[in-house]
Design a protein around this ligand. Structure first.
Ligand code: ADP
Ligand code: MG
Length: 245
């Protein structure tokens, strides 16, 4: 299945009031891709990611997800959304639920999984990220890095076909960035399809198979990481890289 198109974005535009934030942009995401999306603050990265699962409604264009145009009004977006895990900068765990409850609530409520199976699966994933012993804690007892690992596991508990990450390490203390990137790298090695907005150029270079530069609402350049970072073509990308590398 690798290499098959999972998401096809066609001529997507998004305005906020009079400002056009995404300008008629197109991108294909194939099964097994790890696409890193980089670009200056305000360039539209979060908006793009949020349009992919319709947390934002695009003004025009198509988003084919597994062959269905999910921008159409009559699609059951909840069903498609379950197949797209999302991880935010702020971990957004439910503060009044234990770690385990955070993990099993959606599979039970939305997918009809029984508690025992949901728990078993959640515990197996917690084990993999080294947090099985924290299952009965509340999120506030965990460090930022631990909370973000739980947030990733929570998304994985829905068995998504793609994982969307919006700057998952930007809110973390520097010493906790590595543990989260390691989990993401493991996921990539397991061939999870991932779209990752990040400022972690080392991660993009090492883990992504494609790097895309978004500037002022347009995809300006895309390449394999080595070429992208060592031989950028576009002037705006060159300027951006000179500031961040
Ligand atoms: P990035 O994630 O690349 O920093 P965003 O997608 O968050 O960029 O924002 C792109 C542009 O859209 C910015 O100018 C931002 O101010 C604007 N924007 C984002 N969300 C909204 C909103 N809900 N209402 C109005 N403007 C918004
Ligand atoms: Mg953003």
């Amino acid at each position: 299945m690798e290499g098959k198109k999972l998401i096809e974005v066609r001529n997507l535009s998004k305005h906020f009031h009079k400002k056009q934030v995404l300008k008629d942009i197109s991108l294909d995401i194939n099964k097994g891709d790890v696409v890193c999306l980089i670009g200056p603050s305000g360039s539209g990265k979060s908006t793009f990611l949020r349009c992919l699962n319709r947390l934002e409604e695009a003004n025009s264009g198509e988003i084919l997800f597994e062959g269905t145009d999910i921008c159409k009004k009559d699609v059951n977006i909840d069903l498609h959304r379950q197949k797209m895990g999302m991880v935010f900068q702020q971990f957004n765990l439910f503060p009044h639920m234990t770690v385990l409850k955070n993990l099993i609530i959606a599979p039970m409520k939305l997918q009809g999984v029984d508690e025992e199976s949901a728990t078993e699966y959640a515990m197996s994933l917690l084990e993999k990220v080294g947090l099985a012993d924290r299952a009965n804690e509340y999120p506030s007892k965990l460090s930022g890095g631990q909370q973000q690992r739980v947030a990733i596991v929570r998304a994985l508990c829905m068995k998504p076909d793609v994982m969307l990450f919006d700057e998952p390490t930007s809110a973390l203390d520097p010493e906790m960035v590595g543990e989260v990137l390691t989990v993401m790298k493991d996921l990539a090695q397991q061939k999870m399809t991932m779209v990752v907005v990040t400022h972690e150029m080392g991660f993009a270079r090492e883990v992504a198979n494609r790097v895309v530069f978004l500037d002022e609402g347009e995809f300006v350049e895309e390449n394999a990481p080595e070429e992208f970072f060592t031989n950028p073509k576009n002037e705006r990308l060159k300027t951006f890289l000179s500031k961040v590398l």
